[in-house]
Structure formats: C-alpha cells, structure tokens
Design a protein around this ligand. Sequence first.
Ligand SMILES: [Zn+2]
Length: 582
Amino acid sequence: MNTKWNLNVLYKGLDDPEYEKDMKKAEELFAGLKAVVRSDEADSVKKIEDILLVMEEIEKTTGRLGAYIGFSQAVNTKDGALMAQMTRLMRMFSDAAEDEAAAKKILGQAGDVDALAEKSQVIKDYRTFVKRAEKEYSHLLPDEVEAMAAAMDMTGGSAWGQLQSFMSSTLKVDYKGEVKTLSEIRNLAYDADQEVRKEAYEAELKSYEKVQDAIAFALNNIKNQVTMMSKKRGYESPLMMTLEEADMKKETLDAMLEAMNEFMPAFRKYLRRKGELLGDTNGIKFYDLFAPLGSSDKKYTIEEAKEILTSVFKGFTPVMADMMAEAFDNEWIDFYPADGKEGGAFCGEVPTLRQSRILTNFDGTFGAVDTLAHELGHAFHNLTQYDERPMNQSASMPVAETASTFNEVFLGAHALRNAETREERLALLESDLREKTQCVVDIYSRYLFETAVFEQAQENFLMADDLKQIMLDAQDKSDGDGLDPEFRHPYMWACKSHYYSSGLSFYNFPYAFGNLFAQGLYALYLKDKEAFVPRYMEMLRTTGIHSIEECGEMMGIDLTKKDFWQASLKSIEEEIEEFCSL
Ligand SMILES: [Zn+2]
C-alpha cells in the first residue's frame, strides 16, 4: 500500500501546463465577475443567473488550484515556490473582494427570491445561497465604511490576534533548567508520570506572568471591536451575529446549554473518580485531567487499520466501507509523519475527482485509527455532496463535524463491545470520556468565560487578574467540585487562540454541538438501522442548503427542545456510571 497521497491526479506539478492554464482561467473568471457585476443587463433574472454561474465557475477552478497548492504545502511546509503560488491565488481573491461584495449586494437586493426561482433553474438551485446573501446584505454598512472597516481590522482586531499568537508561540517556559515552548510544555499533560505533569503545569502557569498583560490587552481590544461592529451592523449581540452566520437559532443553543448544565454533576463524578484513581482526594487536579489510565500498548499497522475500519463500517453501510477501501487503496491518504510535514490531521475535498485527501500523522495507536475514522467521516460527508451544485457543497460550522464525530462514536461503540479484558475496557472508556468531558465541560466553561468577557469588557478594562478570576468563576460553574479548587487553570484564556479572532466569536459551542448531535444520531441509528442510513446520507447531502434546525428536522429531531440533548447526555452518563463501577 502506498503510504503517501497522490496529488498528480490534480496536476503533475507547478510546471504542468494544465496548472498554468487553470491559473489563467481563474484570472479570466475574476475579470468575468467584474464584467457581469458592472454590466447594464436590464433583465434582473439574467443578471442574477450570470453572477451565480460565474461565481460557480470561480469556485470550481480555484477549488482545484487551492486544493493542489494547499495539500502540497501541507507536506512541504517550507517550499518557497508553493508559498508564492498560494500568495498568487490569495491575491486574486483579495483583488476581487470588491467585485464579490458588489455581486453579493446584487443578490442581496434581488427581491422575491421564490418568484425569481420560478423563472430560472439556476436561481432555484441557489435559492438558499441568494437568501443568505439577502440576510448578509441587511447587515452591510455603506461601501466606503466596509472598505475602511476591513482596512482598519488589519491593524486592529487582526493585529491584536497576531500579538496573542506571537506571544504564546514564542513564550519561553523554564522547566527543570531547560527552556521549552508552550506547546511542548502543554503536551506533557499527557505524560504517564504524575510528577512530570505536575512540574510542567507549575512551569506553564508561572510562564504566563511574562505575557499576561500583552495578551489581556489583545483580548479586551478584540472583544470591544467585535461588540462595536456587531452593533453597527444591527445585530443584538456578538453571540447573535455568530448564530446568524451559522444559521442556527438561539433556542437551539439555549436548549443545548441548559441540558449541559443539568448534566454537569455526572461529569464531575467522572472527574472525581478519575482523580481518586490518581490519588487526588478533593476533585481531580488540573494536571491529572489528561493523564492516561491503563492505556493499552496495542499497535496497528495501516493494513490492520484498513481491515478494522472497512469491516466495522460495512455494518453501517457498504457505501462507507467501499469509500474507505478506495481511500486506502487509491492513494487518498498521506499517513506518516515526515520532515516538513504539518502536524495533526485534516481532510480536504477534491470535488472535480469526487474524491478527498486526508493527512494524518499515523503512530499505530488506537487513537490514530480513530483519527482515520474521523477524517474518513469528513470524506464521506464530501462524497454525499458531489452531485450538488458547487456552491451548495458546504456545511455551517456546527454541523461540519457531524459525520466525522459520528464515525468516532460508531467505532468507539464497536471497540467497547469487543474489548477483551477489563483493563482494555477501562482504557477505552476513559479515553472516550476524557474527550467527551472536554467537549461538554471544558467547552461550557469557555462559553461562560467568553460571554462574561464580552459583557464586562464594555464597562471595564479587564486586567490579567480580572481575566483570571472570570476564568476561575467559569471553571467553578462547569467543573465545580470535580476539579480541585487549589489546582485549577486561571490562564486558560491566554493559550487558546479561539478567543482572539475578530472575524469569528464563540468558536466553542460548535464542538459541544458536534459531539452531542453525533451522539444523539447514533442513538437513533441503534433504534432503526435500516431507516437511519438513507435519511442520514440525505441530511449530509443537504447541509449546504439547510439551517441547523432543518438538518435536525430531516432526522426527525427538534433541536430547539431540551429532550434531544438530554438523551445524548444521558448516554454519556451511563458510560460514566460504568467507568465508576469498573
Ligand atoms: Zn474534523
């Protein structure tokens, strides 16, 4: 089996004549967009159609180019030629930003979209796309103000975000006479030796004193900029802006958060129990949260990973199993760590080939097999969408992780059913619960923290000590007596980049949503396997044109009601009970 992915099917290289041809084509298409936007076409149906069609072609062509350059860069992060090509492509987009805004404006003022859809198949297919443009348009400021806001953000919100990223990535942590980076020291939280974890935690907390004030300035300024902009754009609050962009109702978020709050005691029970196993008598200590428990040393080859995944998911649907086999056999996956290759894992689509490409850093553990299941879930989601029109092949943030998380839940349940020893079962349960606790409890604290910072930053400048207190209060409401009050993490705001984006706020609740939605879907699957699969695939196919609630409705779920979320949480509570009794 080839362990590297094949990108030649996209282009043979940057010197492939097809590559330059597509680059030229992209330039022409952007010029075409400029022309249609400015044309004096009097027929409004024709004009909207023309705009949609040229945008669609841009999406197709730049999608292929962007996939090739992006994937190549991911395995050659230091390649200057690729960097230059990426800059070339990005510049095309930034040069076209004004035309794209003008196009959105025309779409946004289209009027009765349903009536127009009767006159044109293209508009009918892009009905949701046009309606979303209409909503966006209603929040746009006059052109010159938009241009000024975008320019000011470069030296405002974005620059503050870069400061946080710079301060945290260059922070020198003193650890046992050595100097470590923040990510190196935070990785020691997974070490099997408690003494190592404890000293790393202490060194980490101590190191923030050097950067806390600069990062506090960044946070205050970003949050105040977002609040100001959301007001000017006519949103009730930054949260409402995020929800509207995600096409998700506030009732849905509230129902989920209320249910999460109700189940906090169950998670605290897990935390206390895990703490006890590690000798923590007053709730778990922060540095023990990620400690491995009874981990198994079982290792898997990629051939074995393929065998496991295809056989397990054949039981779900042969469509998934066949796609997985194709991914392994036909060079969709770049498996192993390598010099100059990115860390982590991702999946990207290649719609023109009806394929995906997956990057992993496979280390043979069960976790690595699980990561493959996750990324192949994204590939499956992509596969369901390839018959849709190009600009309808998307998913808003909360549902984007549904198919991937569902695969993890599916594989996890299979592994638990087949665990041979009590130790193996305990290790599986523990790693599963550790992740779910992050998605529910830690995410809840992040949501509470961000909400409080948005509110309080408007009244007062929040110094590092204020932020530390807000974080501790948030951890008290989430982790409660599950976490030892003497050993918490008052600096969780300084290390997480998610808080420092002027373009996207509350990048936390989607994690909880993805996890609990997938958990609930799995419960539905168990009730009626045959009926579930086609409905699920249909739901995935249409995530680009439906709101979050409509996606739920397609599965027979009312996401605005608490009972769905409670049922998902209940199933995690059952796992916790089992963990505590083992
Ligand atoms: Zn993912």
